[in-house]
Write a protein that binds this ligand. Structure first.
Ligand code: APR
Length: 236
């Protein structure tokens, strides 16, 4: 097993599936229950903010009922293990849940935002969403109401931390993708960037993703088993 020092891991909804958090495109997933255009686009929010707040309020409340799983904990252990050897783990997540944080990961780039936070359209403040949000919610920073939205990147909006993500990929000696269907860009393009830079890429997923052909190594199965065993190998 080659010794890897600087690893970039991209995670998607599949890493939280065994914690009981619904994925988006599996059978019965979120986009089978809701029309993403109504609840996950700026246009949808403008048209019906109450519906969008209700969608994210329900998902935010759901966070209280779920726990990190062995895959989240394994990535936190990998971050500590690499750090002790002078290496680095950069965790780029598409997920808006807080399970990586609660498992102990520190160096996290939430490229699609965070359910636990809210943004104010008046003053730009990004802060903790305390309970349900509504069009009446006043901003904790500027005090004005009527401008709060979930701190989540919607379709058509620019994902966050893209410069940091690309910097991490350019200095990585391994790129790993966990629990993502590889169907939403720019996240789905990261493996191609890594490969173009000659960085080996591993896919850890329940089943082959849409860009499975781009990976140099792949292990399939539930994240709690596949990620945990892969991390044990990395730290051996
Ligand atoms: N272990 C590992 N992988 C799993 C598991 C599991 N227990 N269960 C499901 N998966 C895999 C599925 O095989 C699928 O490839 O997780 C992936 C989930 O894919 P999606 O539901 O498309 O989720 P994701 O790839 O994270 O979606 C990307 O789309 O809707 C937007 O912003 C949203 O961040 C999301 C983005």
């Amino acid at each position: 097993m080659a010794r890897h020092e600087n690893i970039v891991v991209l995670t998607g909804a599949g890493i939280s599936a065994e914690s009981g958090v619904a994925t988006f495109r599996d059978a019965g997933g979120v986009w089978a229950q809701y029309d993403y255009r109504e609840v996950a686009t700026p246009e949808g929010f403008a048209a019906n903010p109450a519906l969008v707040h209700a969608f994210y309020n329900a998902r935010r409340r759901g966070l209280g009922a779920v726990q990190p799983n062995a895959a989240h904990r394994a990535l936190a252990a990998l971050e500590r293990g690499l750090g002790e050897k002078g290496g680095r783990l950069t965790l780029i997540t598409q997920n808006v849940d807080d399970l990586h944080e609660r498992a102990g990961s520190k160096n996290i780039l939430h490229m699609h935002g965070e359910l636990s936070k809210a943004e104010c359209a008046h003053c730009g403040d990004i802060g903790a969403a305390r309970g349900d949000l509504s069009v009446e919610t006043a901003c904790n920073a500027c005090g004005r109401a009527g401008g709060m939205r979930p701190h989540v990147v919607w379709f058509g909006e620019i994902p966050r931390f893209m410069d940091e993500a690309m910097d991490a990929i350019m200095t990585a000696d391994l790129f790993v993708s966990v629990g993502t269907s590889g169907s939403v860009y720019p996240a789905a393009g990261f493996v191609g960037e890594a490969r173009a830079l000659g960085v080996p890429a591993t896919e850890l997923n329940l089943e082959p993703s849409e860009n499975a052909y781009l990976f140099t190594d792949s292990r399939y199965g539930p994240a709690t088993q596949v990620v945990a065993s892969w991390v044990r190998e990395m730290l051996a």
